[in-house]
Design a protein around this ligand. Structure first.
Ligand code: ATP
Length: 326
């Protein structure tokens, strides 16, 4: 049986829809099992600065439907240093916190791994990021909502694209990962997706143009993942304008609206299952794992794998888009 009595919970890095559902699930499952729950505001910065409040079941009522995170989130340069992490550890000792649940992306879980090793401290991670770029889990909390938001935006842009017979480059988030661009291209019936994972294999833009994107269509939409590798939507549009001045090219950068909004049912259920599983993992004396989901089953992924291994893009999805957009 676990010796853990008090659990700390925080959200860190970029906010993602469904983080609140995860906070609720962790809190309720922890209280159900007799743990105290200490809520840490503003991620690792709040842990260093001692921004901590005890949570009850009531603290998390009426939040499952809210976007963002009620715990706020932050990036902390101080936590990158050993001295910063030592201060965080002192706060943990002061509040007698025995284990942490960290909800965040790649960076946040790298920080969790570093801290767990340095202080021999149990941490469970939940993958909270719209980018879906964590290895060992099919999806991350927030990804499905962002995908749906992008799809709705692209549907609207297509109305104007087809009325004016334009070529639109739409840039979406992803932080060097193409999951959002590729799957939103499939979901919205776009003509192509330009993603960093394939940037070195061939010139995706040249291939798209050479296929004669306008021959059979009265508009074209290309989803572009933000990334140094792809050059982003503005860079691609500039190239096309120079090489093919006959095309009427437009750019739309969706930006932060992709992060917001009420989480989809998928993200709420995913966050609830993962939050529940985090407490089960602690009861089982597991530590330093990220909760993942594979083939609809909860799995435990060691931090070392989740943050170190690059999650591959499924080539079948790339082929599906290519064939269906002809
Ligand atoms: P998103 O994917 O949504 O951007 P993220 O969790 O990857 O979220 P980051 O800004 O990369 O966001 O990381 C959040 C915080 O985690 C950083 O501000 C820093 O405090 C901590 N962190 C990141 N990497 C490390 C590391 N290698 N060691 C210690 N702490 C880290």
């Amino acid at each position: 049986m676990t010796k853990i009595k008090t659990i700390g919970i925080l959200t860190s890095g970029g906010d993602a829809p469904g983080m609140n559902a995860a906070i609720r699930a962790v809190t309720r499952a922890a209280k159900f099992n007799g743990f105290r729950v200490m809520a840490i505001y503003r991620g690792y910065r709040g842990l260093i600065d001692d921004e901590i409040v005890e949570f009850t079941n009531k603290s998390v009522s009426n939040i499952i439907q809210l976007g963002g995170t009620i715990l706020k989130t932050a990036r902390s340069d101080e936590f990158l240093s050993q001295e910063g992490r030592q201060k965080a550890y002192e706060t943990i000792r002061k509040h007698e916190i025995d284990a942490l649940v960290v909800i965040g992306g790649d960076g946040s879980l790298s920080g969790a791994r570093q801290f767990a090793v340095e202080h021999d401290f149990p941490i469970i991670g939940l993958p909270g990021t719209i980018d879906n770029d964590l290895y060992g889990t099919d999806t991350t909390i927030g990804y499905d909502t962002a995908l749906n938001t992008i799809m709705e935006c692209v549907d609207k842009i297509r109305d104007t694209a087809s009325s004016h017979e334009r070529l639109f480059f739409i840039e979406v988030m992803g932080r060097e990962a193409g999951f959002l661009a590729l799957n939103s291209a499939i979901a919205s019936g776009a003509e192509a997706a330009i993603i960093p994972e394939h940037a070195t294999q061939f010139d995706q833009l040249a291939e798209f143009i050479s296929r004669g994107f306008r021959k059979s269509k009265n508009s074209s939409i290309v989803l572009v993942a933000e990334s140094k590798e792809t050059g982003g939507a503005l860079g691609l549009a500039e190239r096309v304008k120079v090489e093919f001045p006959e095309y009427d090219v437009r750019v739309s950068i969706l930006g932060h609206l992709q992060r917001g909004g009420s989480p989809t049912a998928h993200d709420r259920i995913l966050a609830s299952r993962m939050g529940f599983a985090a407490i089960e993992a602690l009861l089982d004396d597991q530590r330093n794992v990220m909760i993942g989901i594979r083939d609809d089953e909860i799995v435990y992924v060691p931090f070392s794998k989740a943050v170190k291994i690059k999650k591959p893009i499924d080539d079948k999805l790339v082929e599906t888009l290519r064939v269906l957009s002809t």
